[in-house]
Write a protein that binds this ligand. Structure first.
Ligand SMILES: [Fe+2]
Length: 205
């Protein structure tokens, strides 16, 4: 082939575990809602920075250190992150990886999460706990967008690898991983129910 694709952007999407997801997520959703009730500082921060929604990102972002439920999630996430890092050919021989932040996001109807990335980490991800039918997915942006300059627009039916955005559906029980520099957003929740997810960052040393 005279033309080959180089420098791909990888996104990982897998079920967190093989079985027991419904029960696990029901318990986890309860714990996320209890956290929101308990976390007054987080509710105040969210009122200013996450309109309509709740996130513990700025108040309780090391949940794995304080709750056995989230510590269990840390173990499960670590296995997935190792698998993803292997796919990326990251050289972690003699190095360790560590979950640094883990926080809860609750998006009631109308809440949205604007375009952002996750600084100071190398792999980030989200686990879906409660995903009402037709709730918004996770939309990623081509990281080269700022370099396209004079490029013409892409065809509506452009091949997958040539698209400039991709949206992964939010499906309860799935974990999505991406390199932390990859910008992403969540559109407004237009359903009538809460969408609940747990997000996290990993670093290496
Ligand atoms: Fe994010």
């Amino acid at each position: 082939m005279p033309i080959r694709a180089w420098f791909p952007t990888h996104i990982y999407c897998e079920p967190l575990q093989k079985s027991g997801r419904a029960r696990f997520n029901a318990d986890l959703a309860d714990e996320c809602r209890r956290l929101r009730d308990f976390d007054a500082a987080g509710r105040r921060w969210s009122a200013k920075n996450y309109p309509g929604g709740y996130t513990s990102y700025a108040s309780m972002n090391e949940l794995h250190r304080f709750s056995s439920t989230f510590a269990e999630l840390e173990k499960k996430f670590t296995r997935h992150v190792r698998a993803f890092a292997r796919t990326l050919d990251m050289d972690l021989r003699g190095r360790s990886i560590r979950l640094t932040d883990l926080w809860v996001n609750i998006m009631p109807p109308t809440a949205a999460h604007s375009l952002h990335l996750h600084p100071l980490s190398f792999i980030s991800g989200t686990y879906y706990v409660t995903t009402p039918r037709d709730c918004p997915g996770l939309k990623f942006e081509d990281p080269r967008l700022s370099k396209f300059m004079a490029a013409p627009p892409k065809l509506p039916d452009a091949r997958r690898e040539n698209k400039i955005h991709v949206t992964y559906p939010a499906e309860a029980g799935n974990v999505i991983l991406f390199e932390s520099w990859l910008r992403h957003e969540v559109a407004a929740n237009r359903t009538t129910a809460e969408r609940i997810s747990v997000s996290f960052n990993f670093n290496w040393a």
